[in-house]
Design a protein. Structure first.
Length: 394
């Protein structure tokens, strides 16, 4: 068992470097569009406040190429000031005498948010000299950034190799829930997979064929599998390189007596000058593009989901950001929310979908990880978790 923040003792006055994942959607004007990841990090921060530690928050936002004011964490500091019962400070740097002085002057139980760590290229490079400089700022490292726990970066992986460490409450919740779901699933266990590409999810799908009872495939991913089944998909998006893999997966599923459900009708458009309005069709002609699942598919998927005792959902069922093609994803979100099954939703688009449907409070676990969730289910661990110490008191 990995050591958690609650295993740490004598935290009063200690400087705790807390790696969080505040990689939230934010517009060019600095408006935060979804605070889910911030809110889910609060329990660990509040616990450290109660223990009167000095909390230094480290996070990234986006993939900036050097300094970019549009990727500043300052708007997030404003949210923290509203949500936390303690002084919250902000530093526009992550290193240097100015930061050191800010930390020295912090009251016990207060919070300092450092600027976007990815303004420094050394972060993604996992530059250990860079990590050593950051490590000098504190005495203990706590990793609560599950969403990037599959990335070996300086402040997710490097710091854990240099400092006494533990995982935060969010990280603990994520790995405990996912472990139980995969190792001892409630059955029937139904997995809903969507999104654009099969590539990157190959090992994940192979793992699911071992543990799940039914795979429901939607989104652009489904059309690669339909082609593998010998069904025409018109001009719909297909991962040509992965058609062979999809064909193999369909064969393996049959051998293992597992069910794979694919769309049987579609909301599509015909790419002609006179007709671009969406319509429903069971057959996709050569000039047709499918962008959502149709009503018969929604019914088929709903029937399977209502039988489930456990549901895992990753990826939208269509081009849901366009309201013309959002009905399928919304219907599945509402069906999962109404189900009595234990539900796990992971991935930014899926989380956005359940929030748009107004049902996020009815989901048992909204995982803050996208790629991290997939990797953890696939491998049962993550690089940034592997370097955390086992449970002992310090």
């Amino acid at each position: 068992m990995k050591r958690t923040v609650k295993d740490l003792v004598n935290l009063e006055g200690k400087v705790v470097l807390l790696r969080v994942d505040f990689n939230v959607p934010i517009d060019d004007g600095g408006k935060i569009l979804d605070t889910t990841r911030i809110i889910q990090a609060l329990p660990t921060i509040k616990y450290l406040i109660e223990k009167k530690a000095k909390i230094v928050l480290i996070s990234h936002l986006g993939r900036p190429d050097g300094y970019d004011i549009r990727k500043s964490l300052w708007p997030i500091a404003m949210i923290l000031m509203r949500e936390l019962p303690t002084p919250v400070y902000f530093s526009n740097k992550v290193l240097g005498k100015e930061v050191e002085e800010q930390i020295k002057q912090m009251e016990n139980g207060s919070v300092l948010l450092l600027e976007n760590i990815r303004f420094y290229k050394e972060e993604i490079e996992c530059d250990m000299n860079f990590a050593k400089q950051i490590a000098l700022l504190g005495q203990i490292f706590v990793n609560d950034a599950f969403g990037v726990a599959h990335r070996e970066h300086a402040t997710t992986y490097g710091l854990a190799r240099l400092m006494p460490n533990a995982i935060g409450l969010l990280m603990e919740k994520e790995i405990t829930t996912l472990s139980e779901a995969i190792q001892s699933p409630r059955r029937p266990f139904v997995v809903v997979l969507g999104g654009a590409k099969v590539k990157g999810k190959i090992k994940f799908i192979l793992k699911l064929l071992d543990v799940a009872d039914t795979l429901i495939l939607g989104g652009a991913m489904a059309y690669t599998f339909l082609v593998a089944s010998g069904i025409s998909v018109g001009e719909s998006i297909v991962d040509d390189d992965d058609v062979g893999f999809a064909r193999d997966m369909l064969s393996i599923a049959k051998l293992k007596n597992k069910k794979i459900l694919l769309p049987i009708d579609h909301v599509c458009i015909r790419e002609t000058p006179k007709k671009k309005r969406p319509f429903v069709s069971e057959k996709l002609d050569d000039d047709m593009f499918a962008f959502d699942i149709g009503p018969k598919t929604i019914k088929l998927f709903k029937e399977e989901l209502t039988k489930a005792k456990q549901i895992l959902w990753n990826g939208p069922l269509g081009k849901y950001e366009d309201k013309r093609f959002a009905k399928g994803t919304s219907a599945i979100a509402k069906t999962i929310a109404k189900s009595s099954a234990f539900s796990i939703v992971g991935g930014g688009d899926s989380i956005s979908a359940v929030k748009k449907a107004g049902v996020e409070k009815k989901i048992n676990l909204i995982s803050t990880g996208g790629g991290a969730t997939l990797k953890y289910i696939e491998k049962g661990s993550l690089p940034c978790l592997d370097v955390i110490q086992e449970k002992i008191k310090i």
